[in-house]
Design a protein around this ligand. Structure first.
Ligand code: ATP
Ligand code: MG
Length: 545
């Protein structure tokens, strides 16, 4: 070590080399620079930044493709009121090439909408509303189509039918990345043995991996969080007859989540101005009532008075300064929290069932919290734990499964609020060992679900939930309650074990005593044993021993 140090010191001691004078750089005019300015199409942007959408390596690309198509299939079925039946197929074409197909029994897609849905990024039905759904951005399936096109040069193929009385349509669509517009290369009527539904097929460069970040894990966990869904899955190299089938555990679909309007506490100033300008109401008071959740006539009047704005003012003409006053008035007015029926949890009973179906555990519990609000958006958190799992090594940290709007999140655990809440919960309070910044060390599975009208994901890939303090707090409260229930169970178990041990000691003495007494007095071993047992039971009951 020493000579090295010396050498380093020697180098550092040298005088710094003289800085060369910068070469004369030709100056550009503002006009020359202006010539370089251009619009950037969103498709071009995501071609360069595909990692933002979850396509940064071949195995993740396969998972993201399946995930986007399955999420859409489930959303469509549930929204239209069909019990979802989804068939997923992965076929290996060559070492690095796969064909993914996803088929649903949903409402189908009307002919005229198909090109934009699959061939245009940022086009969808879910972005502009506040309703709990798996998709929210309008980018998922077209991003998968873009990736497929980029890596194999093949178009996305769609077959869809809206009713038995209507023909099925088959489309092949490319994305014109420079314009972010669909290019339809095939649009024809076909025979299809489904009355309604959609089938999507993409060929892409990918890698099929098993394990906790693969498609198999994603589908297994999807079945876990969606017990009303039947999923059929054909992994690569498997014939139709050997498909993996997750049969639905219940025919009861989850309640339909209600769409809500934005809550005033969650809107920022710019948004407030935009909403007021877009309102059809003629008076600002009516606009507040119509455009926001939980604003009654009385609350709207109170906001106007506090802002010093006449109730009859034209919302579209509210000057910027007035909007600021309105914004401040909103913050100073007591407004009821958003309604709870817009968020739908999986439910405690269902969560416990799901955990028990997945692992063989000594104890399982689940807790659903009452709905809460972050940035004006309602959300609900629930947590489930399974403890004492067969085959889980006790010296390893617990497994954590994360879900958002019933979708398993497999990537970026480190960036997720759920992980943060799990590792910052003090599990030692519940007699579980824990190392710093880790889940408890126990043969245990922890499952956390957040349901919200708008899940704050950290990126467009929708893999990690942002660290909103309100969300972390709710998750921790749910985990703590699970921890308490586990501790009660463990205490009961320890007590029962202690009792059993004590009883076995008594049994030993009773045996010994009845034998000796019989030997001494000849009063009969069986008789004495029975008497002593009765006496011991009586004393135990009274708490004397
Ligand atoms: N299988 C399907 N059946 C019916 N409609 C569908 C189906 N797949 C997609 N859609 C429609 O196409 C739209 C666009 O889908 P896409 O996945 O691109 O965006 P999204 O689901 O709205 O949001 P996200 O980007 O978060 O997934 C959806 O909003 C939905 O209306
Ligand atoms: Mg989607």
């Amino acid at each position: 070590v020493k000579p090295d140090r010396k050498k380093k010191r020697g180098v550092n001691a040298k005088a710094p080399a003289p800085v060369a004078a910068p070469a004369e750089q030709p100056r550009l005019t503002a006009e020359q620079m202006a010539a370089q300015q251009r619009d950037i199409s969103v498709a071009e942007f995501f071609t360069k930044n595909r990692h933002l959408l979850g396509f940064d390596n071949p195995s993740r690309a396969l998972l993201t493709t399946v995930k986007e198509a399955v999420d859409n299939a489930l959303d469509a079925c549930e929204e239209a009121g069909y019990l979802p039946e989804v068939v997923v197929g992965i076929e290996q074409k060559s070492e690095t090439r796969f064909v993914v197909s996803v088929e649903d029994n949903g409402p189908g897609i009307v002919h005229g909408q198909i090109p934009n849905i699959f061939g245009k990024l940022l086009y969808g039905s879910k972005f502009h509303r506040l309703r709990q759904a798996r998709g929210q951005q309008g980018i998922g399936i077209s991003a998968a189509a873009l990736y497929a096109q980029l890596t194999t040069g093949k178009s996305i193929a769609i077959t869809s039918r809206t009713a038995r009385s209507r023909p099925a349509h088959h489309f092949e669509i490319f994305i014109d990345t420079a314009k972010n517009e669909p290019v339809t290369t095939k649009d024809e009527q076909v025979r299809w043995d489904h009355d309604h539904g959609t089938r999507v097929e993409l060929e892409l460069e990918a890698r099929y991996v098993k394990g906790e970040k693969g498609v198999d894990a994603y589908l297994r966990q999807t079945a876990l969080a969606n017990p009303h869904v039947t999923l059929r899955y054909r992994p690569p190299g498997v014939s139709n007859g050997e498909m993996v089938v997750y049969e639905r555990a219940t025919r009861q679909p989850p309640p339909d989540p209600k769409e809500i309007k934005p809550h005033p506490y969650g809107v920022e100033l710019g948004m407030l101005i935009k909403i007021l300008q877009g309102s059809k109401a003629r008076r600002v008071k009516a606009a507040l009532q119509q455009e926001f959740s939980r604003v009654s006539a009385r609350i709207a009047a109170e906001i106007c008075t506090k802002a010093g704005i006449p109730e009859s003012a034209d919302p579209r003409r509210i000057a910027r300064q007035q909007a600021e006053a309105l914004f401040a008035a909103i913050q100073n007015t007591k407004i009821m929290a958003p309604p709870a029926d817009c968020v739908v949890p999986i439910g405690e009973t269902q969560l416990v069932k799901a955990l028990e179906a997945n692992v063989k555990a000594e104890f399982a519990a689940a807790v659903t919290r009452p709905p809460a609000v972050y940035r004006g958006n309602p959300f609900v958190v629930e947590a489930g734990i399974a403890y004492g799992i067969e085959g889980y090594p006790p010296e390893e940290a617990a497994d954590v499964l994360r879900f958002a709007n019933r979708v398993p999140l497999l990537y970026q655990p480190g960036a997720c609020a759920i992980t943060k809440a799990v590792v910052t919960t003090d599990w030692r309070n519940y007699n579980l060992p824990q190392t710093k910044n880790a889940p408890p060390t126990a043969p245990m599975l922890i499952m956390v679900h957040i349901g919200s009208v708008w899940v704050p994901f950290t990126s467009e890939a929708k893999e990690a939930v942002a660290h909103y303090p309100e969300i972390i707090k709710e998750i921790k409260l749910a985990l703590q309650e699970c921890g308490r229930r586990l501790m009660t169970h463990l205490n009961k178990r320890a007590h029962a074990e202690y009792e059993a041990k004590r009883r076995s000691i008594f049994e030993l003495y009773i045996e010994e005593l009845s034998r000796s007494l019989d030997e001494l007095t000849g009063c009969g071993k069986e008789k004495v044993r029975a008497k002593l047992r009765a006496l011991a039971a009586q004393m135990t009951k009274k708490g004397e021993i």
